[in-house]
Ligand binder design. Structure first.
Ligand code: GDP
Length: 302
């Protein structure tokens, strides 16, 4: 399956809900009165596009209707154009430094951080870059095992501390190890933490501080991994994490099979953070660079 096909299949549920509702609303209403606009608004909100984007699309729909009438009105095309415009100019893809680039993956438990670290490793290795993985989740023995399994499968060295070790010390050692083998990238899988737990957020800041002390400018990317199936909860997480550790971008995992795919737009709209990658499955190559135009097309497909 091609990349775009995968994206379309992944967003199928969000798209179906949206397009079925909108087509039913538009074909069932001879005029675009306030009730119809309200129904369109509800359909957009239920896809978790967020209020500001929903309002912009509804306003744009109104303008098209006033200038071109019902005949010329294509709500899906308006949605596509507004979403593409909202992402205009944001870059996807990973930063690359001249030497080692350190990428820290953060987020709440279960969003897909470990799997995403492995997918990123696979991705940059396909581009001929070398990688080290760091297991800085020292709270859960299973987390270390999980990343070691990925390391074996992808043939990537993994630096892991023992259960209960200081994550900052593991991060420090991982940078030494990555530098020793002249790796291009170090992906740090951090422990899942609730954005409401301030001591855990402090620990994350410490990890980043120690890494920055070891290598200037590190971590060069701090990417929040959010779970698309959690819809607007992910927006809350993004707000709080961004306050605690300034993020450089987002990775939206589990976009396959959610009806809340619009949350990508809502988060970007509010925080203006680049969406770097999207996850569309559990396999190493189920990670795609985010492409706003293709995303809008898949979301608002006819
Ligand atoms: P972590 O606790 O944040 O490290 O999350 P994990 O990487 O362990 O992922 C939690 C679960 O989500 C695992 O079962 C993964 O296989 C699954 N997962 C991760 N990313 C994706 C994705 O993009 N799509 C799907 N369908 N599942 C995913």
């Amino acid at each position: 399956m091609g990349l775009f096909e995968k994206l379309k299949v992944g967003l199928q549920r969000t798209k179906e809900e949206l397009s079925h509702k909108i087509n039913r609303i538009v074909t069932g209403s001879p005029t675009l009165d306030d009730d119809t606009l309200e129904e369109i608004e509800h359909a957009l909100i239920s896809a978790d596009l967020g209020m500001p984007m929903t309002r912009r699309i509804v306003e744009a729909v109104k303008i098209v209707y006033e200038t071109q009438g019902h005949q010329g009105l294509d709500v899906m095309a308006v949605g596509r154009a507004e979403i593409t415009a909202a992402f205009n100019g944001t870059n996807s893809g990973l930063k690359k430094c001249d030497d080692l680039t350190v990428v820290s993956l953060v987020g709440v438990n279960g969003t897909g951080k470990t799997t995403t670290s492995a997918k990123l490793a696979h991705r940059v290795m396909s581009d001929g870059r070398s990688v080290v993985l760091a297991a800085c989740d020292t709270f859960r023995a299973a987390a270390v095992e999980q990343i070691k399994e990925w390391g074996d499968r992808l043939e990537v060295p993994v630096v892991a501390g023992s259960y209960g070790a200081d994550p900052a010390a593991v991060g420090h050692d991982a940078i030494s190890a990555a530098q020793a083998c002249s790796a291009d990238y170090l992906f740090i899988d951090t422990a899942g933490r609730l954005h409401t737990k301030s001591n855990l957020m402090q620990e994350l800041r410490k990890l980043h501080r120690v890494i920055g002390g070891k290598l200037e400018g590190a971590p060069h990317e701090v990417l929040l991994v959010v779970d698309a199936t959690t819809g607007m909860n992910a927006l809350n997480q993004a707000r709080e994490f961004h306050k605690a550790v300034p993020l450089t971008g987002l990775i939206v995992a589990k976009l396959d099979g959610t009806s809340k795919g619009g949350m990508v737009v809502a988060i970007h709209d509010e925080l203006q953070l680049p969406v770097k990658f999207i996850g569309l499955g559990e396999q190493p190559d189920d990670l795609q660079p985010f492409d706003a135009e293709k995303f809008a097309e898949a979301l608002f497909a006819e």
